[in-house]
Structure formats: C-alpha cells, structure tokens
Design a protein around this ligand. Sequence first.
Ligand SMILES: NC(=O)c1ccc[n+]([C@@H]2O[C@H](COP(=O)([O-])OP(=O)(O)OC[C@H]3O[C@@H](n4cnc5c(N)ncnc54)[C@H](OP(=O)(O)O)[C@@H]3O)[C@@H](O)[C@H]2O)c1
Length: 350
Amino acid sequence: MSSAKVTQRRAFRRTDDHTPGTPKLKFVEETLPLPLAPTAVLIKVHAVALNYRDANIANGGNPWPVIPNGILCNDAAGEVIAIGDKVKSLSIGNRVSPVTDTGFISGREGKRSWLAADEDGVMADHIVFDEECLSKIPDYLNWVDASIVPCAGVTAWSALKGMEIGQTVLIQGTGGVSVFAMKLARAAGLRIILTSSSDAKLEQMKEKYSNPPILTVNYSQTPDWDEEVLKLTGGVGVDIVVENGGAGTLMKSLRCTRRGGIVSQVGYLSKQVEPNALRELVPTLIDRRINLRGINAGSKFDMEDLHAALAAVETPLNDLIDRTFSFEEAEEAVEYVWQGKQIGKIVLRL
Ligand SMILES: NC(=O)c1ccc[n+]([C@@H]2O[C@H](COP(=O)([O-])OP(=O)(O)OC[C@H]3O[C@@H](n4cnc5c(N)ncnc54)[C@H](OP(=O)(O)O)[C@@H]3O)[C@@H](O)[C@H]2O)c1
C-alpha cells in the first residue's frame, strides 16, 4: 500500500433520535478501516454536499431502510492520499467523488447499495472506497462545486435524458436537483417552466435566467398549477417533467405533459395521498401515452458522462451553491435543509 500515515478519522454519525429539537448527529473520532484492501483508496475529503435525503434520513423519514447510527451524506469531493497494491485507475493526488449507489457502476447491475443508507456515507474527513466506485473530478471544478455533482447533478442528468433542443421542461421547486436541472436544461437549449411555493424564490430565479426569460408558476398560490402549465404551452403540455413532488403531484404532472412525453419521477416531497386520488393514474398514462420512469440517481458511468459534459464547456456551478458551512456546523446545516430554506445546494467545507 502507498500511503499517508492517517489511521483515525473525524465523522458525524446519526443519533437515530428522531424527537424534534434533539441533535440528529453525533461527532465521533474513530479508527479508519485499514489496511486498505488491494483495490481500495483512502480519500481526504474537502467538501460534503447535503441533499433533502440526508435531512430526511436524519429525521427518520427515509422510505428505505438505513443501517443504525450510520455516517450521513452521499456527496463528497476529495483527494486520493493512499492506494491499495492493486489499484490501476487512480493514483495519489487524483481528485475524486464516490458514486451515490456503490452497487450501480455500469448501469446494468441489479443490486443497490446507497451511501448513508445501506452503508456508511461520507460526512467524514477521510473515507475509503474501492476504485471502481470513484469518478475523477474535472480539473476546472473547485472542491465545493464538485461535491454537488454525484447526487443532485447525476439525478438531474438522468431525469433529463431523452430531451431534445427546443423542447419544454417542467421543473418542480427550487431545491438542489431542480437548480442543477435548470442549469443543464438551459445548456441543452430547453424552454423552462419552473414551479415554486415562493414568489421571492421565483423572482430570484427569473432574475438569474432573464435572457431569455423562464416561465414560472407558484404551486402554492395556484393549486391547479397543471392547468396553468397547459396554458403556458398552448394546451399541449410539456415534453418532460422533473417530478419532485411524488404521490401528491404526479397526477397533475401527467395532466400537463404532452401526449408521448416523459415524466421523470425523482422525488417524494409531498405527503402521501388517498389511493383514490390516484384512480386516474393508469387511464391518464395510457391516454396520454406518457413514459413514466423512475429515477434512482445514476450509475458511475452516468456520473462520468456528466463530468465530461460539464468539463467540455466548463459549466460554472458556483451559482448553484446557496450557502457553505464548516464541518463543525454539520448539525446546523442539516437543520437548514430540513427547513427548506435553501435555493440550491448546501455544502460543508473541510
Ligand atoms: N430519485 C433520486 O435518485 C433522487 C435523487 C436526489 C433527490 N431525490 C428526491 O428529490 C426530491 C428533491 O430533492 P432535493 O435534494 O433537490 O431537495 P431540496 O434541495 O430539499 O429541495 C426541495 C424543494 O422542492 C420543493 N418542494 C417541496 N415540496 C414540494 C411539492 N410538494 N411539490 C413541488 N415542489 C416541492 C421546494 O421548493 P420551493 O421552496 O421552491 O417550493 C423545496 O425547497 C426529494 O424528494 C429527494 O429525496 C431523489
């Protein structure tokens, strides 16, 4: 093993106490899983990005099982500081990010293993991964900007697959996946309709994407926002939806998608609805010939494709960062995301 002499790490593990107002994270100093396996690498972490999923897991709301007291978060950017004897694709000094689902490398695997759920996550100053789970970060991205790519970025990338220049996309909300999807949609020449519960957030996004202007709908003030989206598209509907709401918004999303369009089911932000409210699901899918597809972030190959696409034109990502926190402020950062205060991404700097 070529190595730096690091044997301990600092990390935040979940307390698994879901009582409101109690700490959700516990700071730990623990021994690293060393010596490295032959194809593993040791990474010094420089930035960790947070997602809604992390706040949801910390508060006990994840719809999938999680290991007890696991390390939170799945998005990190860091530097390789030691490698196992048989590592072929990486060397010391390489800048890397782990894939969110370490069971999903090429995109053909049937298994899954999500960071921070099926296994420990990355909210730590050092992490160990097999080389096959890591993608090299483009040189032009700094640590903070690079850290938002694996989950929010790859999810937005997967959700927009199949889009064509000139098509119209409906993007729900102004969170991390949405602002990344806006960036990609704009770069790809799509017309954008953005929804939010906040006029102030919509104004901010309109100012940012003013030329040409984006179209917006406040889904809170306009409960029949699907009809508004239909109006904005001349009654035809959008070509593709980045569906973040889940069960509570899906029917409306289907109604304002054009016949033959795509609905990418990304999120589950809305509360569960009465099963009766979904009684039109199958007839609407059939009648509108909609391609409803589940998005589960993406494979490592997807992340490499996205890294290549970003690097090709050096797409700036710094404007997607709402706020950075220090590593020590992890608890506060999780609460900030849980309260939905952000437009875009929250990142811990190490
Ligand atoms: N399937 C996957 O692979 C995958 C990957 C990443 C994330 N996700 C899921 O996707 C969703 C978004 O994740 P994120 O990290 O981007 O979250 P986030 O940064 O916390 O953003 C959430 C934003 O969505 C909007 N929102 C909340 N409730 C909504 C509703 N009922 N309808 C429409 N918009 C709503 C809000 O925007 P406004 O304040 O503007 O209203 C909120 O700020 C979450 O459910 C997350 O778990 C799934």
